[in-house]
Design a protein around this ligand. Structure first.
Ligand code: FES
Length: 155
C-alpha cells in the first residue's frame, strides 16, 4: 500500500480530500481495490461510509478491475436516434459480455455513457482515447478485431 500512503500524503487525510484520494487511487490501479480503501479508512479521517457515498454518486468510480482497453458506447440522444442501440448490441455480441463487464481475457471493458461530446459523429464509440464516429456494426467489429490482433501480437 505504498502508493496509497503516498496519495494520502499528497492529498491529505481530512474528510474533504476524499474525492481527490479516490481519483488518484483509481488513476494508479484502474479501479478502487478494497484493500486500498481499507487502508484509507485506517490512515485518514475518511470513513468507509463517505467513500461509498462518493464512489456511488460519481459513476466514473469502479470497484472492479477493468480491461486493458475501455470501450465506451454512447447512448445519448443524438447517438440513440442514429442507431446506438445496434452498435451496443453488436459490441456485446462480438465480445460476449454485457455493459459494465470485462472480457475474460482482460482485454476489453464495456461501458455505456450518456454523451461523449461529439454528437455530430453519432453514433459514437470510444476505445480508450480514440473516437470512432458514424459507426456501422460491421466497422465496429473490424475495429475490435484490430485491437485484439494488436494485443495478440504484443503477447
Ligand atoms: S449523444 Fe453521443 S456523443 Fe453526444
Amino acid at each position: 500500500m505504498k502508493e496509497v500512503a503516498a496519495i494520502l500524503q499528497s492529498q491529505g487525510t481530512e474528510r474533504d480530500a476524499c474525492v481527490k484520494v479516490l481519483q488518484e487511487i483509481q488513476g494508479v490501479f484502474g479501479y478502487l481495490p478494497a484493500e486500498a480503501l481499507r487502508y484509507v479508512t485506517q490512515h485518514s479521517q475518511i470513513t468507509s461510509r463517505q467513500i461509498h457515498g462518493v464512489a456511488t454518486f460519481y459513476d466514473r468510480f469502479r470497484f472492479k478491475p477493468v480491461g486493458k482497453h475501455i470501450i465506451r458506447t454512447c447512448h445519448g440522444t443524438a447517438c440513440h436516434v442514429n442507431g446506438a442501440k445496434h452498435i451496443g448490441h453488436a459490441v456485446e455480441e462480438a465480445l460476449k459480455i454485457k455493459q459494465q463487464e470485462t472480457t475474460p481475457d482482460g482485454l476489453f471493458t464495456l461501458e455505456s455513457v450518456a454523451c461523449l461530446g461529439c454528437c455530430s459523429l453519432a453514433p459514437v464509440m470510444m476505445i480508450d482515447e480514440t473516437v470512432y464516429g458514424r459507426l456501422q456494426p460491421r466497422e465496429m467489429k473490424k475495429v475490435l478485431k484490430q485491437y485484439a490482433a494488436a494485443a495478440k501480437a504484443k503477447s
